[in-house]
Write a protein that binds this ligand. Structure first.
Ligand code: NAD
Ligand code: TYD
Length: 334
């Protein structure tokens, strides 16, 4: 297939782009604004592949998007482009509104003009928090952070384009992703790099919040299944095979890195912190998908990847990320 992958310089988008080019022989054009989270290093290994092309541009740019479509002649658009960190959405929500609302609208208009298949990459956070049981595609949408609320708005707009204009649009919602190339503002890479550097490991609240972990290669494959086999207008959830309280994740990272448990520090909780996420994946399983990576082995491999790929994270950890970290955690990185 010829694909326009928006946000393909980020963590999951680049994982998807790599998978489609290398394993499926697709022609992939990445359109990405290169925010702090978007990095050309993320697709360095495929950038010289004949099936890969990169265009820098924003999804809310009503000139850049049609130009990218003209240049790449895609059969489908897959939209990963987003602001993705809940803590940043609490501190500064404006970019979340712009990218998720306006950006999704501009992409949908362009896709509609060409009658193109469109997959919106979304999150379990649109359903809010669940103490027991698991969310299905029929669960009510109850987002609680500016991140999840604006992602929900984007999902509703996508659904309206299917209902109103008959646009062939689909949504794939994933649970918490982890794996190589994840920006170290997120729990797992933050804890791995802090553990390796002897920095404190900041656990929010009581550390008993539960997340449903999915390896990014599994989520990318689920999105590919939805793209190829999903029914127009439908939503598909892709949840990981394992759930884990945050403190257990952190303790496991301490063991895997050989850090000291004394580095763990309980800090002030995130405002409005969702207690638990859990996603059922029956519907996407019926399309032939299943998760391949269990959390135990995936986490160990992820720790090894960060250990071995200092070239990737060193420029982040010595750059703007330091100022972000100080603002967010009230202390400097060591
Ligand atoms: P990321 O923050 O690593 O990457 C986001 C990418 O989008 C970056 O390359 C960034 O430059 C780009 N981008 C941001 N705003 C843009 C704009 N206006 N125009 C063009 N490009 C822009 O994010 P990620 O973790 O890879 O998440 C990708 C998608 O998956 C998001 O839509 C996110 O909501 C969804 N998702 C993420 C997770 C997770 O755990 N990380 C879980 C479920 C769903
Ligand atoms: P995060 O990686 O930000 O993903 P999300 O909020 O989208 O689930 O956080 C995962 C969990 O880890 C969440 O419950 C918040 C918690 N957390 C910490 O305890 N300390 C931290 O420094 C971070 C970044 C997250």
């Amino acid at each position: 297939m010829r694909l326009l992958v928006c946000g393909g310089a980020g963590f999951i988008g680049s994982t998807f782009a790599r998978q489609r080019v290398v394993e499926y022989g697709d022609e992939v054009t990445v359109l990405d604004k290169l925010t702090y989270a978007g990095r050309e290093e993320n697709f360095q290994d495929i950038r010289d592949d004949a099936g890969f092309r990169f265009i820098r541009g924003a999804i809310e740019d009503a000139e850049a998007v049609p130009a990218a479509i003209r240049a790449s002649q895609p059969e489908a658009i897959v939209n990963f482009a987003a602001e993705t960190h809940v803590d940043r959405s609490i501190a500064e929500p404006d970019a979340f509104v712009r990218t998720h609302a306006l950006g999704t609208y501009v992409l949908l208009e362009a896709a509609r003009e060409h009658g193109m298949r469109y997959v919106q990459v979304s999150t379990d956070e649109v359903y809010g928090s669940i103490e027991e049981g698991t969310f299905t595609e029929e669960s009510p949408l109850r987002p609680s952070s500016p991140y999840s609320a604006t992602k929900t708005g984007a999902d509703l707009l996508v659904q309206s384009y299917f209902h109103t204009y008959g646009m062939p649009a689909l949504i794939c919602r994933g649970s918490n992703n982890y794996g190589p190339y994840q920006y170290p503002e997120k729990l797992i890479p933050l804890m791995i790099l802090n553990a390796l550097h002897g920095d404190p490991l900041p656990v929010y609240g009581d550390g008993m919040q539960v997340r449903n972990w999915i390896h990014a290669t599994d989520f990318a494959r689920a999105i590919g299944h939805v793209l190829e086999h999903g029914e127009e207008g439908e939503v598909y959830n892709a949840g990981g095979p394992d759930e884990c309280p945050n403190i257990d994740v952190v303790n496991r990272i301490v063991e895997l890195t050989g850090a000291s448990a004394d580095q763990i520090e309980y800090v002030t909780d995130r405002p409005g912190h969702d207690r638990r996420y859990s996603l059922s994946s029956e519907k996407v399983r019926a399309l032939g998908w299943s998760a391949q990576v269990r959390f135990e082995e995936g986490l160990a491999e992820t720790v090894s990847w960060y250990r071995e790929n200092e070239w990737w994270w060193e420029p982040i950890r010595s750059g703007d990320y330091r100022a972000y970290y100080e603002r967010q955690y009230g202390r400097a990185l060591g």
